[in-house]
Design a protein around this ligand. Structure first.
Ligand code: BGC
Length: 364
């Protein structure tokens, strides 16, 4: 018995060593995919699609999720560098990523900023994303239309409160400025009244007071609860500008706990086409979302990686090449912008379900 056990152990150890050796060999990768977080649904879809598309294009690839922690993501990126990655596709958290981006550049590794611009760096050349200003415009236009703002006047203004995304995410400024480009004229002529902090542009100092650190639902919910008992106590809100679906639902939760809004919710905007928000749109609780098909973004990013690895000029089908809009603060990077889609109860079925992004059975 004893001998058998020893032999078995010996075999296991040998197997482990072989496996260990083999693993070190197979762990080498071509493309490292670093996604920021999983508390917002889309990133798991991005990560999965990027991985599948990279493998389908013949590359060895690995994906990691940063748990909304830049230090953690930096370790993951360093691990990709150690594994020999030739391309890094990064959706970062904040500028803390720049030390590893520099390290990668020094080793001749191509860095692609994915969805979020990596600011404060001149160590990379390409960015692929959606038209983020347009995302905000859709949100602003939805509010303008739903509240019939063009017909509103200062004698009976509509009432809104504003939320923005994380101040550490460059996209947040674009979403906000896109939305305010539509709403600002109505505020300026008195037809739309903002309760709570009232930045009219992301460059206004009050922007930080409407921003939602880390895109965290609990932060948005707490702030909405606070508004309801303070600045918005004596009014009935007609709309809430919410930058994405995760935050929209948290805001709706806070509103629904207030007797004033039971069965009479304000127009709440969103973004991402998250399953729970499509459900809320179907049920008339959330007004709209903006769909950004992560499958197309992932496909575009792998096409970009592939072209760059082969030394070819990238040309991404369905994307607009933009060499002006995205300035890291140190250089303007070549950007490829995909088109987002406005989604309401009128078209969610055609856009979200017929495209196979979510299935009817996902909706409860
Ligand atoms: C993305 C959004 C997402 C948000 C929070 C942004 O950078 O563009 O799609 O909702 O981050 O994760």
């Amino acid at each position: 018995m004893k001998r058998v056990a020893i032999i078995t152990l010996g075999l296991l150890l040998a197997a482990g060593m072989v496996f260990g050796g083999g693993r070190a060999e197979t762990a080498r990768i071509d493309i490292g995919i670093a996604m920021p977080e999983t508390h917002v649904e889309r990133w798991q879809r991005d990560g999965q699609s990027l991985l599948e598309d990279a493998i389908a294009a013949g590359y060895r690839a690995e994906v990691a999720y940063g748990d909304a922690d830049q230090g953690r993501q930096n370790q993951q990126i360093q691990d990709f560098i150690t594994k020999g990655a030739r391309v890094l596709i990064i959706g970062n958290l904040n500028e803390g990523v720049n030390s590893v981006v520099r390290e990668a550049a020094e080793e001749g590794i191509i860095v692609i900023a994915y969805d979020r611009l990596i600011t404060g760096s001149d160590q990379y050349d390409y960015y692929i994303t959606f038209d983020n200003f347009r995302v905000g415009q859709f949100q602003g236009m939805a509010i303008e239309e739903a509240l019939n703002l063009r017909a509103a006047s200062s004698s009976s203004p509509k009432i809104i409160t504003l939320f923005a995304g994380s101040p550490t995410d460059n996209n947040s400024f674009f979403f906000f400025d896109g939305a305010m480009s539509v709403l600002r004229p109505h505020v300026e002529r008195g037809a739309l009244r903002i309760v709570g902090p009232a930045p009219l542009r992301s460059s206004d100092s009050a922007f930080t007071r409407v921003a939602t650190e880390g895109w965290r639902a609990e932060n948005a919910k707490a702030r909405m609860e606070n508004l309801l008992t303070n600045d918005a106590r004596d009014v009935v809100l007609d709309a809430v500008l919410a930058p994405n679906d995760t935050l929209a639902r948290a805001i709706i939760e806070a509103l629904e706990a207030d007797a004033k809004y039971v069965n009479r919710l304000p127009v709440v905007t969103g973004q991402d086409g998250e399953t729970a928000s499509i459900q809320a749109i179907r049920d008339g609780r959330q007004y709209m979302t903006v769909f950004k098909d992560t499958r197309s973004l992932a496909q575009g990013a792998i096409q970009l990686a592939d072209a760059l690895l082969k030394g070819e000029t990238p040309n991404i089908a369905g994307a607009r090449r933009d060499t002006e809009s995205y300035d890291t603060g140190m250089k303007v990077v070549t950007s490829f912008l995909l088109e987002p889609i406005n989604v309401t109860s009128d078209n969610y079925r055609a856009v979200m379900i017929d495209s196979g992004y979510i299935s009817e059975s996902d909706l409860r």
